[in-house]
Every structure is written in structure tokens, then in C-alpha cells.
Ligand binder design. Structure first.
Ligand code: NAD
Length: 304
């Protein structure tokens, strides 16, 4: 196994990128970072990293280039800039840890390969808490030797799992998040319906956790972020909505059109567009609560 790279570039220092940088710096990796937000750059500097003036300036300092950006549109634009500059050395590797679109990742791998640059997709699951605890699930797509080179770096953040060729990590990540989006929506509806019946929220969450309905939504998201009124998981509703759409689009492209998926994606898109921009995805419980409040209680017997 190769040694851990001593120096990397990292573009995207938001909710995930910032604590990832801090963890790598603590592990002795020199992080040259760029973000369009000056506050994010300041945070990097105070964590001991080097703030760069552009993605190309960050990339010029390293041969491993990590991206942790909101979506494929932005990933593609940053790669356009990097390819237009001379920052990417032959033999260097781009590691896209964003939750990107698998087919666009395959296209990015191809255009980087034409310049002698490797590509690994390594999106993550486990959120900000997972970065802080160093126990992210990291879904890796690509081939050796690029994967072997970046594995020691990924292991600082959690457990990498090789799921297939380029794009497979991004495909698995989008599909995981579609399932997760369905869980949180269904859990929230169940808790709110239970409450209307007279079962306290806490009791219904306990019931789910002791029964077959349990998931990360009932075990973590409801107790930690919704029942407490915190709504601060660090994962925006708009990003989850994006992931659900990517997963549904993937099924369509592959000729496996999901039946449940489009409904889940459509509901999340509606909630994300009606919530204030940047809202945490756990705010969906409050959004549902107000949607239900507008529906007056029905009289008569519940449905059989
Ligand atoms: P975020 O919005 O908090 O951070 C994104 C950062 O990218 C911001 O700091 C923004 O300023 C920066 N940025 C935007 N455009 C840029 C550009 N052109 N050049 C440089 N920087 C730019 O998002 P996040 O929560 O950190 O998520 C990042 C990625 O990780 C997303 O793809 C998301 O879906 C995925 N993800 C997030 C979580 C989570 O819990 N937050 C978990 C798993 C995966």
C-alpha cells in the first residue's frame, strides 16, 4: 500500500469539506484549499491549511486533487478551469468526493485521462458527524493504481468500500440517498399521524426504533435533530433533493424506471423549493407539520 499523500488540494470547504480538511491536517496532510466563500477560506487557514486564490492555484501545489462540491454542474465547471490551466500534472489524480452524477463522472474521467490524469469517485455517507468521528462510509469507484494511491487518504475519514468502476461510487451514493430520503419522509409522516391520533412523538419514535420501521431517520435524525428542535444536521434539503433526482434519472437512463423513486424525488423537490434556501434536510418534518396543519382533522371513523 502506498504511503499517505503528504499534500493535497481540496476545492469545496463547506459543511463537509471544512471538517474533512481539518481531519486531514490533523493527520499531517498539507491541505491547499479553495472555496468561493471567504469565510470558508479563513476557517481553513485557522485549521492550519493553506488558502489558495483559485482552484488552479490550489491544484498547482499537489498531485492529488479532492473535490467536495454541491453538484455535477459545479464539479464540471471547476474541472473546466483546471483543464484550461496547467495545474494538473500528468500522473496526478482527481478524487471527486462530491455526490455527483455517475454518467457525468464517467465523462470527466475520460477527459482527464486524455491529459494523463486519473479519476476516482469517492462520495461519502455519514454526514458531518461521520467526518468528525472518522467513520464515514466512502463509496469508491475507479480502478487501480489510482485507487491504491488515494486509499490511505480516504482511510483518515472512514472506511472506503470499492463498489465498481468509475461512476459506481456516485451511482451507489445517489441510490443510497434516495432510500434515505424515503425513510425520512415516511418516518416523519408516521410520527405526525401518530401524534394526531394522540401518541406522543417521542413514543412513536421509540416504537419505530423497537420495531421493523427503524432506520437512521428514526434512530438519529428524529431524536437528535427534530425532537430537540435543533434542525442542524449539516445536510441541506436541496442537496438531498438533488441526490434523489440523480438516482431516479439513473434508473431511467438504465431502462429500470423506478416506481417509488419519482414520487420520493418529487416530494423532496417540492419541500426543498418551499423551505428557505439552505434549510437543513431535517426541516422537512416542520414543513410536513405545517402542510398537515392546513388540513383540518377529519370527522368520523379512521380508514379501516
Ligand atoms: P455545502 O454547500 O455546505 O458546501 C459546498 C461548498 O462548495 C461551499 O462552501 C461553497 O461555497 C463551495 N462552492 C460552491 N461553488 C464553488 C466553486 N465554483 N468553487 C469553489 N467552491 C465552491 O455542501 P456540503 O454539505 O459540504 O456537501 C458537499 C457535497 O457532499 C455535496 O455534493 C453533498 O451532496 C455531499 N454530501 C453532503 C453531506 C452532508 O451531510 N452535508 C453528506 C454526504 C454527502
Amino acid at each position: 500500500m502506498p504511503d499517505r499523500p503528504g499534500r493535497i488540494s481540496l476545492v469545496g470547504l463547506g459543511n463537509m469539506g471544512s471538517p474533512m480538511a481539518a481531519r486531514w491536517i490533523e493527520a499531517g496532510v498539507e491541505v491547499h484549499g479553495f472555496d468561493t466563500s471567504p469565510a470558508a477560506l479563513e476557517q481553513l487557514t485557522s485549521a492550519g491549511g493553506v488558502a489558495a486564490a483559485s482552484p488552479a492555484a490550489a491544484a498547482a501545489a499537489a498531485t492529488i486533487h479532492v473535490l467536495m462540491l454541491p453538484n455535477s454542474r459545479i464539479v464540471d465547471a471547476v474541472l473546466d478551469d483546471l483543464l484550461a490551466s496547467d495545474a494538473l500534472q500528468k500522473g496526478s489524480i482527481v478524487v471527486d468526493m462530491s455526490s455527483s452524477e455517475p454518467t457525468r463522472s464517467i465523462a470527466n474521467a475520460e477527459r482527464l485521462a486524455e491529459r494523463g490524469v486519473g479519476f476516482v469517485d469517492a462520495p461519502v455517507s455519514g454526514g458531518v458527524r461521520g467526518v468528525l468521528a472518522g467513520n464515514l462510509a466512502i463509496l469508491v469507484g475507479g480502478t487501480a493504481p489510482a485507487i491504491d494511491t488515494v486509499l490511505p487518504l480516504l482511510e483518515v475519514l472512514g472506511t472506503p468500500r470499492h463498489v465498481g468502476d468509475v461512476g459506481a461510487g456516485h451511482a451507489a451514493k445517489a441510490l443510497n440517498n434516495l432510500v434515505s430520503a424515503a425513510h425520512l419522509w415516511a418516518t416523519s409522516e408516521a410520527v405526525l399521524v401518530a401524534e394526531r391520533f394522540g401518541i406522543p412523538r417521542e413514543t412513536m419514535v421509540e416504537v419505530l426504533n423497537a420495531s421493523t420501521g427503524r432506520s437512521v431517520s428514526s434512530e438519529v435524525k428524529w431524536p437528535k435533530f427534530i425532537l430537540t428542535g435543533d434542525y442542524g444536521s449539516g445536510f441541506q434539503a436541496g442537496l438531498l433533493s438533488k441526490d434523489a433526482n440523480v438516482a431516479v434519472g439513473l434508473g431511467e437512463q438504465l431502462g429500470v424506471p423506478s416506481l417509488l423513486g419519482p414520487a420520493v424525488a418529487e416530494l423532496w423537490q417540492r419541500a426543498a423549493s418551499e423551505l428557505p434556501p439552505g434549510s437543513d434536510h431535517t426541516e422537512v418534518a416542520r414543513w410536513l407539520e405545517s402542510a398537515f396543519a392546513e388540513a383540518p382533522p377529519r370527522t368520523g371513523e379512521p380508514r379501516p
